[in-house]
Design a protein around this ligand. Structure first.
Ligand SMILES: Cc1cc2nc3c(=O)[nH]c(=O)nc-3n(C[C@H](O)[C@H](O)[C@H](O)COP(=O)(O)OP(=O)(O)OC[C@H]3O[C@@H](n4cnc5c(N)ncnc54)[C@H](O)[C@@H]3O)c2cc1C
Length: 470
């Protein structure tokens, strides 16, 4: 007997939802997929645009190949030829130190040095700070396996100075997070693992470097981006879906379990439609709103994942307007410097083809968990702040040729201490609701590879259920 095609809904047209829809299609070409996207464009926080002859990524601008799921998807959709690596000649980053840019010591990964000599030479730390950092080799292992915050772990192992001057800006910048709350277990489990295995992060990172593995953290060679900007990846995935799969400007307002499946309600136009299964790939607090009728505890837990907002201001200057050589990918700013800017990336240096030869494209990050009030400023005020900071830090003079700010409100889930236990509970509850799956950056990784994995795993679980039940 022939099975009827499964009707599956995916809610959310960001990278997580698109990856889920694509993988459903890959695994079962007969299933009928409908992807609902609230806005008029797909991609969510991935958005590439032209601005003054430059190619600007307003949100994510690259992804790592260290966590394999994004590259793997690119290979499956014949998109890997479109990927370019970061500029090999300028692979360095700066950290702001007393108002000046200082190079991050070569070999310093997110949390720990793999080479001691550059750390001894850096002006970023006092001799006392350097000795305390080196004494990490002698700090005893943590006795329990409880989760702890970035601040707690970094100060315990490396001391206050290395934490404040290097580790906080390098890691806090990625998550735009409050380092006193950021969970090590949820964001960088490899470091807790190293402590358990080697008794020292320095030993662990050096060993990883010797074996040329990447467990220790970011190495610029592992970052790639589509030649034409991140939106090209989104479009390439969408192009693999059957025509009419994606319904733009359709906001799902409610998802309700019925005796025969899942009923999805859209508000404009007011409609409902039945599906055998549904993957909800939107921010956790929005998923909570949709699922409120189904499970009160699930809704409460989803709402308890906090979010932060950020502004990305893209400024274009003529190269001669900037005094700094811009011989790196950008800078991060320690909280203790008391500045408004969190970080800036020199996009035209990072990837080729982002700006014409004579222009500099700089993306400035503002806001985050610790300065949410900046989101309420008007565009011209944000531009003024970005310009003033760039003037002081890299000597950017005069008016930029172009400038545009994008506010990403409630776009960055914050993995606080205890996040993994919370996600375990969320997943246990979802498992009691057959035919429902969650995907997205709220749960087990915010980076693009993790979002893709979450979408693909949701697709696999849902098809397993459908194949057994239908
Ligand atoms: C400024 C910024 C910079 C970043 N930089 C990087 C980077 O360089 N590298 C990296 O790996 N990661 C980066 N990230 C993280 C990464 O980009 C995100 O975690 C990821 O893109 C999130 O994808 P998503 O599909 O889970 O969610 P989203 O992109 O938020 O997509 C969710 C989609 O669901 C839609 N939606 C919401 N509610 C509904 C509804 N009720 N009905 C229908 N549709 C709905 C939304 O319109 C949206 O399109 C960055 C994030 C930000 C904000």
């Amino acid at each position: 007997m022939q099975q009827r095609p499964k009707q599956i809904a995916v809610i959310g047209g960001g990278i997580s939802g698109l990856s889920a829809a694509h993988h459903l299609q890959e695994l079962d070409s007969h299933c009928r997929i409908t992807l609902f996207e609230a806005s008029d464009r797909i991609g969510g926080v991935i958005r590439s645009e032209q601005q003054a002859d430059c190619l600007v990524d307003r949100g994510a601008d690259m992804f790592t190949t260290r966590d394999p799921w994004a590259l793997d998807l690119c290979q499956r959709i014949d998109f890997d030829q479109q990927l370019i690596s970061t500029n090999a000649k300028q692979r360095r980053a700066f950290v702001v130190h007393r108002g000046k840019l200082c190079e991050v010591p070569p070999g310093f990964t997110l949390m720990s040095p793999s080479r001691i000599y550059p750390v001894l030479r850096t002006p970023l730390l006092s001799w006392k700070g350097k000795l305390r950092l080196a004494a990490e080799l002698l700090v005893p292992r943590k006795k329990d396996q409880m989760d702890e915050s970035l601040k707690a772990m970094a100060t315990r192992r490396f001391g206050k100075e290395a934490y404040e001057r290097l580790i906080q800006p390098l890691i806090g910048g990625i998550y735009t997070a409050d380092p006193q709350k950021l969970s090590m277990a949820a964001t960088m489990p490899q470091f807790a693992e190293m402590e358990r295995e080697f008794g020292s992060l320095i030993r662990g990172v050096r060993k990883a470097a010797r074996h040329n593995t990447s467990a220790s953290g970011a190495r610029y060679g592992m970052f790639v981006a589509p030649r034409g900007g991140m939106t090209d990846l989104v479009n390439a995935i969408a192009a693999r879906l059957p025509a009419n799969t994606i319904r733009r400007q359709q906001t799902i307002s409610r998802v309700q379990r019925t005796a025969t499946g899942w009923e999805l309600h859209t508000s404009q136009p007011q409609q409902s439609q039945m599906f055998d299964g549904v993957i909800v790939a939107i921010p956790a607090f929005r998923a909570a709103d949709l699922l409120a009728d189904n499970h009160r505890e699930l809704t409460t837990r989803l709402r308890s994942i906090p979010y932060a907002s950020a502004v990305v201001a893209a400024l274009v200057y003529r190269r001669e307007q900037i005094k700094h050589a811009l011989n790196g990918f950008g800078f991060v700013v320690p909280q203790c410097e008391g500045r408004k800017v969190l970080a800036a990336s020199f996009s035209h240096v990072k990837f080729s083809g982002r700006a014409p030869q004579d222009l500099a494209l700089i993306r400035v990050f503002l806001g985050g968990a610790l300065q949410p009030q900046l989101l309420d400023l008007a565009d011209h005020e944000l531009e003024q702040i970005a310009r003033a900071e760039l003037n002081e830090l890299i000597g950017a003079q005069g008016e930029p040729i172009a400038s545009q700010s994008v506010r990403w409100r409630q776009a960055m889930p914050q993995y606080h201490v205890g996040h993994l236990e919370l996600v375990d509970k969320i997943e246990q509850t979802v498992a009691t609701l057959p035919g429902l799956e969650l995907a997205g950056n709220a749960y087990r990784g915010v980076g693009i590879p993790f979002c893709i994995r979450s979408g693909e795993q949701a697709a696999e679980r849902l098809l397993t259920y459908c194949n057994q039940a239908l």
